[in-house]
Write a protein that binds this ligand. Sequence first.
Ligand SMILES: NC(=O)c1ccc[n+]([C@@H]2O[C@H](COP(=O)([O-])OP(=O)(O)OC[C@H]3O[C@@H](n4cnc5c(N)ncnc54)[C@H](OP(=O)(O)O)[C@@H]3O)[C@@H](O)[C@H]2O)c1
Length: 329
Amino acid sequence: MGLLAAIGFIVIAYFVIQFLLWTLLDCDIELFFASKLGKPISSLRGKVVWITGASSGIGRELAKVLAVHGVKLVLSARNLRELELTKQECLSLSKGGLRAEDVLVIPLDMLKFAFHQDSFNRVISHFRALDILVNNAGRSQRAEWNKIDINVDRELFELDVFSVIHLSRLAVTYFEQNSIKGQLAVTSSTAGLIGAPNSASYTGAKHALHGYFESLRNEKPEINVNIYCPGPTVSNFLQEAFVENPGLKYNQPVQPTDKRMTTERCAYLYAVLLANNKNLCWSGIFPINWIAYIGCYYPNIKKLLLAIVGTRRLAKIRDGRNNPDPSQV
Ligand SMILES: NC(=O)c1ccc[n+]([C@@H]2O[C@H](COP(=O)([O-])OP(=O)(O)OC[C@H]3O[C@@H](n4cnc5c(N)ncnc54)[C@H](OP(=O)(O)O)[C@@H]3O)[C@@H](O)[C@H]2O)c1
């Protein structure tokens, strides 16, 4: 075989293998290898991990996965009853590995910035340490781009961006003052990688998080930043999503027939990312990997494909079913 033919063969094989992996895997290739060959989740045993948005969905399941491996937890959200339930589930899953005092419940409305410092102080006075802050609390959106009230943009950014930045600044200051190589995790979304239709404010918010934390990463390399971008996942997400007018919710509960990743799988992959201290990873069932890879690395091909697939079908892929037009809700 001539040299050119050999190079051609290698290039074609590279793309064929890559496309196969994009199709078969439910996460990016790096996260997949970390889950098979990387550090086990149990390497986090004994660390203190604070999860916001731990009363339901991804945050709650992440707490449960970590509890199985003896990770000490701080659980925050607004709903105290659900937080206590998460705590009980964590304790029972840990099979004696965690005592009641190893799981601290701190009710916190992330929008009440004035309480962030007090909550932070409670974590430190209880555990005398914080190793990882998982910024997970957030709400999505379904709304038509030009009909979004500017107050919805503001409300969504307050929760999904500014509250995250405010709490993270406290963590960074604490890490610095105590010379700790701490970890800051952020639950972003596929919408943090590409623009999701009918979610302009949400897409903007998740992209903003990438900007803020990328800047932190380059400014303070001693702080570890882990950004996780789940694709469609089972949770209360669609029920709670912002719409175009303030004060309203999309109110579409997830159905068992929806094509979404299970919360358990999403949380497991999140825990793998944390254990392996990865910069940026994503998850999602087919074709989310394709969308993420093409969106990130081949923006011009993405434009072409979008013209073929169409916005409606993209919205259907995202919601795992045909959802009502946001303006009709
Ligand atoms: N599910 C998906 O398809 C998906 C995809 C990509 C990214 N995500 C991201 O995953 C994260 C978690 O969402 P989820 O899917 O698990 O949805 P979820 O089940 O609705 O959970 C959202 C969590 O955020 C908390 N939260 C909402 N507003 C809050 C506030 N003002 N203060 C404190 N906590 C608040 C909720 O608790 P309380 O109501 O008790 O306060 C709840 O624990 C979000 O950042 C979201 O952007 C989800």
